[in-house]
Design a protein around this ligand. Structure first.
Ligand code: GTP
Ligand code: MG
Ligand code: ZN
Length: 349
C-alpha cells in the first residue's frame, strides 16, 4: 500500500510507518530516513530535502534503541530535531568484531540482503550459511550474488554449491562491472525497495553499486594476488539512491561475521538437521552416539551431509557463547548499578 506521498514512497515509506504517527504529531513532525551515520551527525532524506542533523538517540549503531542506516525518524522544526525513531520493519545486526563484543547494528528497514561473494577463493559455504542465518532471523529475503563470473570457466560449480545451501535459495551470478549483466538484478531494486550488500572485502559490492547507478562515484580497489583478499576500501555504511528509485546499502567488507540472537535463523538454514533431530529418542540427544539418534541415522542413510552437521554444531555453539556473554554482562551491569545505588544511599560507607 502506498501513502500517496511519492517522495516518501520512493524512500521506502509505507503504511507500516505511516500508521505510527499520531494525529497530533502530523502537523508539526516530518519523517526522514537515515542515509548514513557520522561522528558529526546523521545524513537524512525526507520529502524534498536532504540534510545533516545532530543525533540525540544515544549510542547510535550499538544499541537496538539507537538508530542506524535505514531507520525512519520523525523530525521536529526546532532543536533537537530528532523527535523519535519509528518502529522497524527489519533490523540486521551482528556481534561487533574485537574484544568489546558489542552489538553492531548494520541496517534497518531492509527488504533484501544480498550476500556478495566471488567465483574465487572468497567462496566459502560455512560463511554463506552465517549470512543466511542473519537474513532469516532479520526477516529479510536472502539472495546470494556471485560476482566475477568472468574470471572462471566454471561459474556453474559456484552456483550449484550456493544453491545447495538452502532449498529455494535465490542465487545470481554476474560480472559486476557489466551493465547488461547487472540488469538481471533490476527486479530487486523496484521503487522504494531497499537492498543491503554484505560480504568480504574485495568481492565487488561497491563495483556493483557503481554499475547499477551507472557512475563511478564509489571508490573501488583491486584485490591481492594469491589469496583474492580485498583491501577494505569502503569504510562506512551508506544508502545510495538508484535511477529506478530503489535504494542500495554499501557496507565495508566484513572480516568475520559473529552471530548473535539468531537461533531461529539457524534453525531455518539448517532445517534438515532440525527435522532429523525430531526423531531422536531422547529430547536432550547430543547426536554423538546415543541410541535411537535421528541425526546419526540420517547421516547413515546419506540424507544428511555430515559437513552440514559439523557446521551447524559450530554455529550453534558460537551463538550460545555470544548470547551467554550478553547475559553475563547484563548481570554484571545490574550488580554494578546496585553497588552505585548502595554507595549513594550510604550503605557502603
Ligand atoms: N573481473 C571482475 N572484477 C570485479 C568484479 N567485481 C568487482 N571486481 C573488481 O574487484 C575489485 C574489488 O572491488 P570492490 O568493488 O572495491 O570490492 P568491495 O566489495 O566494495 O570491497 P570493500 O569496499 O573493501 O569491502 C575491483 O578491482 C573491481 O574492479 C567482477 O564481477 N569481475
Ligand atoms: Mg567497497
Ligand atoms: Zn540425536
Amino acid at each position: 500500500m502506498t501513502s500517496q506521498r511519492p517522495d516518501l514512497d520512493a524512500l521506502g515509506w509505507s503504511a507500516f510507518f505511516d500508521s505510527q504517527i499520531n494525529l497530533d504529531e502530523r502537523p508539526t513532525l516530518t519523517p526522514a530516513r537515515i542515509l548514513s551515520v557520522h561522528r558529526g551527525g546523521l545524513d537524512v532524506a525526507g520529502e524534498g530535502f536532504e540534510e545533516r542533523i545532530q543525533s540525540t538517540l544515544g549510542d547510535t549503531d550499538h544499541e537496538e534503541s539507537g538508530a542506524t542506516v535505514g531507520d525512519w525518524l520523525l523530525l521536529s522544526q526546532e532543536e533537537p530535531r530528532v523527535h523519535r525513531r519509528l518502529d522497524r520493519k527489519s533490523l540486521i545486526k551482528r556481534r561487533a568484531a574485537g574484544s568489546g563484543r558489542r552489538i553492531q547494528l548494520i541496517a534497518a528497514n531492509v527488504d533484501t540482503l544480498f550476500t556478495v561473494t566471488s567465483c574465487n577463493a572468497d567462496f566459502n559455504a560455512a560463511r554463506l550459511e552465517r549470512y543466511l542465518a542473519l537474513a532469516h532471523d532479520a526477516h529479510v529475503t536472502p539472495v546470494i550474488v556471485l560476482t566475477k563470473a568472468d574470471t572462471t570457466d566454471t561459474p556453474e560449480t559456484y552456483v550449484r554449491a550456493a544453491a545447495a545451501l538452502l532449498p529455494g535459495l535465490m542465487v545470481e551470478v554476474i560480472d559486476a562491472r557489466d551493465p547488461e549483466n547487472v540488469a538481471i538484478l533490476a527486479p530487486w531494486f523496484a521503487a522504494g525497495q531497499t537492498v543491503a550488500l554484505v560480504g568480504s572485502s574485495g568481492v565487488g559490492k561497491s563495483t556493483l553499486i557503481n554499475t547499477l547507478a551507472a557512475n563511478d562515484q564509489i571508490a573501488t580497489q583491486g584485490i591481492r594476488d594469491g589469496d583474492d583478499k580485498g583491501r577494505h576500501t569502503t569504510t562506512a555504511r551508506t544508502l545510495h539512491r538508484l535511477p529506478g528509485a530503489g535504494w542500495v546499502l554499501d557496507t565495508p567488507g566484513m572480516r568475520a561475521l559473529q552471530l548473535t540472537d539468531v537461533r531461529s535463523g539457524l534453525d531455518e538454514v539448517f532445517a534438515e538437521v532440525i527435522a532429523a533431530a525430531e526423531s531422536c529418542r531422547f529430547t536432550d540427544c547430543q547426536h554423538e552416539s546415543e541410541p535411537g539418534c535421528g541425526v546419526l541415522a540420517a547421516i547413515d542413510a546419506r540424507t544428511l551431509d555430515p559437513e552440514r552437521l559439523k557446521r551447524w554444531r559450530k554455529l550453534v555453539a558460537e551463538e550460545a557463547h555470544n548470547n551467554e556473554s550478553i547475559t553475563e554482562r547484563r548481570a554484571r551491569d545490574r550488580a554494578f548499578g546496585k553497588m552505585i545505588k548502595d554507595v549513594t544511599k550510604g550503605k557502603h560507607r
